[in-house]
Design a binder for this molecule. Structure first.
Ligand code: PFF
Length: 454
């Protein structure tokens, strides 16, 4: 604890002591892919993406989204992974090695992510609660959030996340991802197959996918697609630096990134193939997130054939998706304590989890009794808006710090085709100018508009 306080206030360790490089666990190839896809695939894919597509131009939205993934997501993913692999350390360790003065930024990134985790876990807890309700009978959402149950499920979800992260890279995160991700995929496909044979499937698909190209002239669509791409790929948080630090030399970063981005986009797309056929078959409002998942769909599951099983699978899917994302955020934080303060993994995870629990309490109780609000918003919404906005700034600074002060090897591709189309130099140009500028614009827009949050 004392070294932690000295670290924060004295900073002498940061400025004068070079980090020791300690032996690190390395991912297996497939384990790395599963863990990284697990981080990317989360609530953002299944409850946010389909709604954004459906209400912002249908199939036409896929154009800015795909462009955002290629132009903004993929280069930054490659950069983060490469820097992590090169410096073999957490975000703080990596940034300090790039330039000693970057330690503050190194601390900002995990603070933002861990704050996001504190309420992301609350929502993950809701999905766990509804998973259980699918067997015991659904509780009305307002009644649920007005009870202490959200706090209980938040604590359970945090404990599961902490348990997995405390087991380490190979025996914890890799093992859990290798089990959970294939299950997620099978459940996803099963639910989509079921949904697509429902009577309203074609209307649902028409709403989801009919392109309305007039939307492409709305700059908001472009901003929204960029921010969704960052959020969905978990890029800009520093997670990929942390995950990259356990990558072996042999892993081809370019290929892995294409695999992760492709899987993430595909899973988000299939999410829509589940949601909209159900929504249209039962004539409910195709709304987003909370309202859809916890209010409209439970009613539908109560009255459809095999509704109990479908509800059970749906909430299980949401829970697994949220859990593997939460794991990555906690690992991002814990790695700094392990690498910088040389704390044991268990101690780091226990310490961080206790803080996250305390910080998450007001979010979990945002609607309990008279509710807990801050600056006129339910606390959980305030957290989402505040840290969702701050994230854009921290991501921009992270990108600038790494690309301007460290020449990443990953872009020195000896590949004739890539050389010909100058892919590497285009990517470096994007990273140096376009991506930070886009992130700054998103930061300012969210700041001025009061933040859309996530
Ligand atoms: N990518 C996750 C989602 O789509 O829900 C969210 C996320 C997870 C963002 C982990 C950032 C992160 F570090």
């Amino acid at each position: 604890m004392i070294d932690f306080i000295a670290y924060i206030f004295g900073c002498n360790k940061i400025i004068f002591m070079p980090s020791k490089v300690i032996a690190r666990e390395n991912w297996s190839k497939i384990g790395f892919l599963m863990a990284t896809i697990g981080s990317a695939v989360g609530l953002g894919n299944i409850w946010r993406f389909p709604y954004i597509v459906g209400s912002h131009g249908g199939g036409a939205f896929l154009i800015p989204y795909t462009i955002s993934i290629i132009i903004f997501g993929i280069p930054l993913m490659m950069l983060e992974l490469d820097a992590g692999r090169k410096f073999k350390g957490s975000v703080v360790t990596t940034l300090k090695q790039i330039n000693r003065r970057f330690w503050l930024l190194g601390i900002l990134a995990p603070i933002v992510s861990l704050s996001i985790l504190s309420y992301y876990l609350v929502i993950s807890g809701w999905t766990l609660g509804y998973f259980i309700f699918s067997v015991t009978g659904y509780m009305e959402f307002s009644q649920f959030t007005n009870s202490l149950l959200p706090l209980l499920y938040f604590a359970i979800t945090l404990a599961i996340t902490a348990f997995i992260v405390s087991k380490g890279i190979k025996k914890g995160i890799e093992k859990a991802s290798m089990i959970l991700m294939p299950i997620l995929f099978v459940v996803l496909i099963g639910l989509a197959a079921y949904a697509l044979q429902m009577p309203g499937a074609s209307d649902g698909l028409a709403f989801y996918l009919t392109p309305d190209f007039s939307y492409l002239f709305d700059p908001n669509i472009w901003l929204m697609s960029i921010s969704q791409a960052f959020f969905s790929l978990s890029v800009g948080y520093g997670i990929l630096i942390t995950y990259g630090s356990h990558l072996s030399k042999e892993t081809r970063i370019g290929r892995s990134v294409l695999g992760v981005a492709g899987a993430d986009a595909l899973i988000a797309f299939i999410g829509g193939l589940i949601i909209f056929p159900i929504v249209f078959s039962f004539g409910i409002n195709p709304s987003a997130g909370t309202e859809l998942s916890f209010i409209a769909l439970p009613t539908v599951f109560g009255s459809m054939p095999f509704g109990m099983l479908i509800g059970l699978l749906f909430f299980f899917l949401l829970f697994i998706a949220a859990l593997t994302s939460s794991i990555s955020m906690l690992e991002l934080g814990a790695a700094n304590f392990i690498d910088e303060l040389k704390w044991s993994r268990k101690k780091s995870v226990a310490f961080l989890s206790s803080i996250i629990f305390v910080v998450g309490i007001p979010s979990a109780l945002s609607f309990y009794g008279g509710g807990i609000s801050f600056m006129g918003k339910p606390f959980i919404d305030f957290m989402d808006i505040f840290f969702g906005t701050l994230l854009m700034l921290s991501a921009a600074l992270l990108c600038i710090a790494v690309i301007w002060f460290y020449r990443p090897k990953v872009f020195d591709v000896k590949n004739k085709l890539l050389e010909k189309i100058k892919a590497s130099s285009i990517m470096i140009f994007l990273l140096k100018y376009i991506i930070p500028i886009a992130l700054f614009i998103l930061f300012v827009v969210e700041l001025l508009s009061g933040g859309g949050g996530h």
